[in-house]
Design a protein around this ligand. Structure first.
Ligand SMILES: NC(=O)c1ccc[n+]([C@@H]2O[C@H](COP(=O)([O-])OP(=O)(O)OC[C@H]3O[C@@H](n4cnc5c(N)ncnc54)[C@H](OP(=O)(O)O)[C@@H]3O)[C@@H](O)[C@H]2O)c1
Length: 268
């Protein structure tokens, strides 16, 4: 793996560094980070043993791959020297809603430009990251990107035109699952359980069902049908979901998130 530099050393950078080190993809000495004047970079350096840099030129010197892991709103005030400092390097952005066209104005001389959207389970190596590149990547650069995102879970290359849809499903999806879990917990309390009991049952049910889907690779509908006998209890609950158009509601939820993502990307 070529040497990496992270600009931004917060949660997403930490997740990626943790994954890369845990999987032995990189040695700590092969990664450098720089923060934005707060304490995140120092904490990451102390915790993981990677290199810290005090200035941008020092952070990027010797790195072949530069990962942008700061907040999207900081792109507008990015150091103008970045154009030169990233010349000939691979630049990988995890910045939400920053298009390849926008990124190319800040990194015009990058060897390759990659836009990506990880999700929060990346923090425990269980993320899914969608990514696209400005131009087709060389086999070596592609290998680097696959290993980089593979360190925090699954990765999926897709055309940039589908990034807003991916954002709505896997980027926002964890929050939808958290909300579903909370709703299941509250419904459990309404049905007569204590909050502690309902919390445990809701969490373990979501976790167990997700693991069952992942382990069996069966269609969710098939697994659902396996536990639904005609006129049984699950059937009664599912009937209620169907009459309230649960699937239609999910579709509208995802389309609303996608529309907002498109809006934010347009605002650049
Ligand atoms: N967290 C997620 O699950 C997730 C998921 C998908 C995408 N992302 C993307 O990942 C990016 C980072 O998110 P995060 O959750 O890791 O944020 P975070 O934990 O708040 O970290 C932000 C980092 O940016 C640094 N920073 C602040 N101002 C800066 C500047 N002007 N120039 C360079 N660096 C600066 C901060 O350094 P100091 O501490 O020194 O201020 C900190 O290291 C965002 O663009 C977000 O869209 C995150």
């Amino acid at each position: 793996m070529p040497r990496l530099a992270f600009i931004g050393a917060g949660r997403m950078a930490s997740a990626m560094v943790d994954g890369l080190l845990a999987q032995g993809v990189c040695q700590p000495s092969e990664i450098t980070c720089i923060g934005g004047g707060g304490s995140s970079a120092e904490r990451l350096v102390q915790r993981t043993g990677i290199n810290g840099a005090s200035d941008l030129a020092g952070a990027l010197a010797g790195a072949d791959v530069v990962v942008l892991a700061f907040k999207p709103q900081h792109l507008a005030s990015a150091d103008p020297r970045l154009a030169e400092l990233t010349a000939g390097k691979v630049v990988v952005s995890v910045l939400a809603a920053k298009t390849l066209a926008r990124l190319s104005t800040v990194f015009p001389r990058a060897r390759a430009l990659v836009r990506s959207m990880p999700n929060t389970p990346a923090a425990i190596g269980a993320g899914v990251t969608g990514w696209c590149s400005q131009h087709p990547l060389s086999p070596d650069d592609r290998g680097v990107i696959v290993r980089l995102f593979g360190a925090i879970g699954h990765e999926l290359e897709l055309p940039e035109g589908q990034i807003d849809a991916l954002m709505a499903v896997s980027g926002c999806g964890p929050a939808f699952v958290f909300e579903f879990t909370a709703a299941l917990r509250d419904a459990g309390v309404a049905a007569g359980l204590s909050r502690d009991q309902a919390s445990l049952l809701a969490l373990e049910t979501v976790l167990g069902a997700a693991r069952l889907m992942a382990r069996t690779r069966a269609e969710p509908e098939d697994l659902r049908n396996q536990v639904t006998s005609p006129n049984g209890t699950t059937f009664a609950g599912l009937q209620h979901l169907a009459t309230r158009d649960f699937r239609g509601m999910m579709r509208k939820t995802v389309l609303a998130a996608k529309a907002r993502s498109e809006e934010l990307s347009r605002d650049g």
